[in-house]
Design a protein around this ligand. Structure first.
Ligand code: AMP
Ligand code: ZN
Length: 470
């Protein structure tokens, strides 16, 4: 039984799919006015981990992540570079997808772009106008009428009277009925993109984008909606109000919110300049797999701090994993019987892993189960208690758990003919006791990102990180 903590009810409760065996997940995706920072990726990778886990547990998952490709910052950014908003967005979507691939994020099944769904947004707003939940102002903008939605504020647990006082200036500017009301549709302004729609010309507000795109892909009710805690209010509060007011259905089954990634004691945010990016960290020599591990290794609702130490800790944990994998791959014990207690140990590790992740995605406990298994396997390798077949069984268990974690060296990545030939040549040189040649070949392999070690089972190799992703 998988249990998740739902922000709206405040409860940790069983995940019961709306449609048997299937889970629909919508994640608020990047606003593509610049490269995403690793704080954004902490939240995205939290969703990735959930998607991987649910699939690993046998559920079918449809994962939708939107791309916000029109908003004030994108319009300003495009004006500054002289590009169209489309060109600017295309560039940063490419960067986002490249960074996501570097971090081995599962590619969402659908990545809808806001500008491709303007008609659905306009239709949703038309329904809200018809039902009296929205109104037009003199300039043609459309606002959601908070007073028409008594449940407003439930997600964020806010006092409805006190909402949005900070936005008074905007209220005067647009002529809203109530300062708390938020824009669904923005009337045309010089220098801004305009779409002609059933509700007239203009462009969508940010909140309505996610309601329209999620419901277009997953229907009026779907299982899980994710985002960072900063999106609870007003973004997700607004999404609930405008979606449920339009459809009358419960919008989302479970709301999941990730705590922020901090750096130097404050939230990582582009507005403060307190950011680190995937491309820069990797260019500086950080292993992408270690970066992924650092970003997923703490429970999604617990705060996480980014520092050189946290990255080093992840790199050393990863090293322990790589070492045991290399040792198991090289392990040969042709004669010996199977280790009679190994199968039970592998099942116990698997069970502990499931118990941890079933408990609201408790990744720290899941990783603890994995690293306990690694210690145990090292003892068995050291004690030569495993058979060759046992080593393969252990590798299979590690590879299986890694379908969730995505941190092991990719088993599908072959060395390729050139490197394989070098390895074979070196093995031959060693057996001919030509150590000068074997050392020269070891250096040649190291230069190409393959580290070779000699063990009593023969030479074994592993890739250095750059080679993994170069
Ligand atoms: P944005 O591109 O700003 O719309 O943000 C994309 C996602 O990243 C949202 O779900 C945000 O809540 C999330 N996010 C932004 N900053 C952080 C941070 N420092 N740590 C974790 N998640 C963040
Ligand atoms: Zn959103």
């Amino acid at each position: 039984m998988i249990r998740l903590h739902d922000t709206l009810s405040g409860e940790t409760r069983p995940l019961v799919p709306l449609q048997a065996g299937h889970i629909g997940i919508y994640s608020c995706g990047p606003t593509v006015y610049g490269p995403a920072h690793i704080g954004n990726f902490r939240t995205f990778l939290g969703a990735d981990l959930l998607v991987r886990y649910l699939r690993w547990r046998g559920l079918t998952v449809t994962w939708v992540m939107n791309i916000t490709d029109v908003d004030d910052k994108i319009i300003r950014g495009a004006a500054a570079t002289g590009e169209t908003i489309e060109e600017l967005a295309d560039r940063y979507i490419a960067t986002f997808l490249a960074d996501a691939a570097t971090l081995r994020m599962t590619t969402p099944d659908v990545l809808p772009r806001a500008t491709r769904h303007i008609d659905e947004m306009a239709d949703l707003i038309a329904t809200l106008l018809e039902r009296g939940h929205a109104y037009r102002t003199d300039d043609g903008s459309v606002f959601f009428r908070i007073a028409s939605w008594p449940r407003y504020g439930e997600l964020a647990r806010l006092d409805p009277e006190g909402l949005r006082v900070g936005e008074r200036v905007e209220a005067d500017e647009y002529g809203k009925d109530d300062v708390r009301d938020f824009a669904l549709w923005k009337a045309p302004k010089p220098g801004e993109p305009v779409w002609e729609t059933v509700i007239g010309p203009g462009r969508p507000g940010w909140h309505v984008e996610c309601s329209a795109m999620s419901m277009a892909q997953l229907g009026p009710s779907f299982d899980i909606h994710t985002g960072g805690v900063d999106l609870i209010f007003p973004h997700h509060e607004d999404e609930i109000a405008q979606s449920e007011a339009a459809t009358g259905a419960t919008f989302v089954g479970t709301w999941l919110h990730s705590a922020h990634l901090q750096m130097g004691g404050t939230k990582m945010a582009k507005s403060t300049g307190n950011i680190a990016r995937v491309g820069e960290l990797v260019a500086a020599g950080m292993s992408p797999r270690a970066l992924r591990l650092a970003l997923i290794s703490v429970h999604y609702r617990a705060g996480l701090s980014q520092s050189d130490e946290s990255l080093a800790a992840a790199a050393s944990a990863l090293d322990r994993l790589d070492t045991v994998v290399a040792a198991l791959r090289a392990y040969r014990q042709a004669e010996g019987p199977d280790d009679s207690t190994l199968a039970g140990r592998l099942v116990a590790a698997n069970d502990a892993f499931i118990e941890a992740f079933d408990d609201d995605m408790n990744v720290s406990a899941g990783l603890a189960a994995l690293f306990e298994l690694v210690r145990d396997l090292n003892r068995r390798i050291e004690g030569r208690s495993l058979s060759t077949a046992d080593a393969i069984r252990a590798l299979e268990t590690l590879a299986d758990l890694d379908r969730v974690l995505g941190i092991l060296p990719d088993p599908d990545v072959e060395l390729g003919p050139e490197l394989t030939a070098l390895l074979d040549e070196r093995a031959a040189a060693r057996s001919a006791r030509d150590f000068a040649a074997s050392d020269r070949l070891r250096d040649a392999l190291a230069e190409r990102g393959v580290i070779v070690e000699d063990t009593r089972d023969g030479q074994r190799w592993r890739r250095t990180e750059e080679a993994d992703h170069g």
